[in-house]
Ligand binder design. Structure first.
Ligand SMILES: [Zn+2]
Length: 203
């Protein structure tokens, strides 16, 4: 469960009230700057055009129900790579169990966070066909995508800034698959399950 806090905007100084305690980057509602929690506390990334309005049934602030769980769309990251882009939506579920939902060309995947740790330098060097060590076990690297943060919206549980590089790798081991996303300040590891578009009910 999470609670809400107040953040002092590092750009305009105005208090951003009622911010989810998990939030590590967001648009200041007063000055529109994208701010993030960096190594020196809250920092200003700057003003960005949020030109990420390709058609989607998901929208910032929209509420709905997925698999009997109510949620609100809290934020979005758009990642671009050489063949196009995909979006990661941050869904804030009523039960407090917030999750990423990946939308890639009409396919939705719900990410379930896995509580293991990988090392950033290993993820950055990982290549398909090789191995990576996670919590002392070897995992086979099945895929790698080098992406860049192309857009951000709303508030997010990761300190992320437009323009930064994100390495995404898929690993397999012991009959399991995991995805790892490593950005400048964050490494996230999850298992994904495909969700049909029809599984969403919009209020
Ligand atoms: Zn501000």
């Amino acid at each position: 469960m999470s609670h809400n806090v107040s953040i002092s905007c590092p750009s305009c100084g105005v208090a951003i009230e009622n911010t989810n305690a998990l939030t590590r980057s967001l648009t200041c509602p007063h000055c529109d700057n994208w701010v993030y929690f960096g190594s020196n506390g809250w920092e200003v990334a700057g003003l960005f055009e949020h030109a990420i309005d390709a058609p989607s049934m998901l929208q910032l602030g929209k509420s709905g129900v997925l698999l009997d769980r109510g949620f609100v769309v809290g934020g979005r990251v758009r990642l671009s790579y050489e063949d196009g882009y995909w979006d990661e939506w941050w869904l804030e579920f009523e039960d407090g169990n917030h999750q990423w939902l990946e939308e890639d060309d009409g396919v939705y995947r719900l990410h379930e966070k896995i509580d293991v740790k990988a090392k950033a330098d290993q993820v950055k060097k990982a290549n398909p066909g090789g191995n990576i060590s996670i919590d002392g076990a070897d995992w086979f690297v099945s895929e790698r995508t080098d992406a860049q943060v192309a857009g951000v919206q709303g508030s997010l549980p990761v300190a992320i800034v437009p323009g930064e590089a994100v390495v995404c790798i898929g690993v397999m081991g012991n009959g399991r698959k995991m995805s790892i996303e490593s950005s400048e300040q964050e490494i996230q590891i999850w298992q994904s399950s495909v969700v049909r578009g029809a599984a969403f009910k919009w209020s």
